[in-house]
Design a protein around this ligand. Sequence first.
Ligand SMILES: [Fe+2]
Length: 162
Amino acid sequence: MRENRLLTLALTYEQGHSRRSRHILSVLRLTQLIADGEGTQGEEREALLAAAILHDIPIRYCKETYGDASQENQRREAVRMVPEFLQKAGYPPQAAQQVLPLVLGHHCYEETPGPLLQILMEADLLVNLLEGEPVSPAFARRFFKTQTGRKLLETVLLEGGK
Ligand SMILES: [Fe+2]
């Protein structure tokens, strides 16, 4: 199954880096959970889950190469790395057209995301909150749109984000 191959490739690439490896696994799982709640199926679901696995994949390369994983560097490297990972895992060439915009857009909070990007961004924000990142609860409450994401957000905010 290509999703499993992609996950294995991404985890292998992270070489046991604990925070980034756990982040991939957590974002993937919460993306699945929210996607199930939203009834996301078929090709869209496959592209969304691939994007969840790859959403932060340029970080290691950017840190090692530029000493800095700025959004700009990450976006530039994602254009190259995302299609490479997808191809290695056996996805068809056109998969990158669906997956790459999700990866590139997942930090663009100033724009209104489409439904798939919304799910990925909610999952990423939830995991960031669980990891103790400073995310404003007021911002998160405004941003979250899906029923599953909203429910999870309130649970997560009980502990860290009052
Ligand atoms: Fe992330």
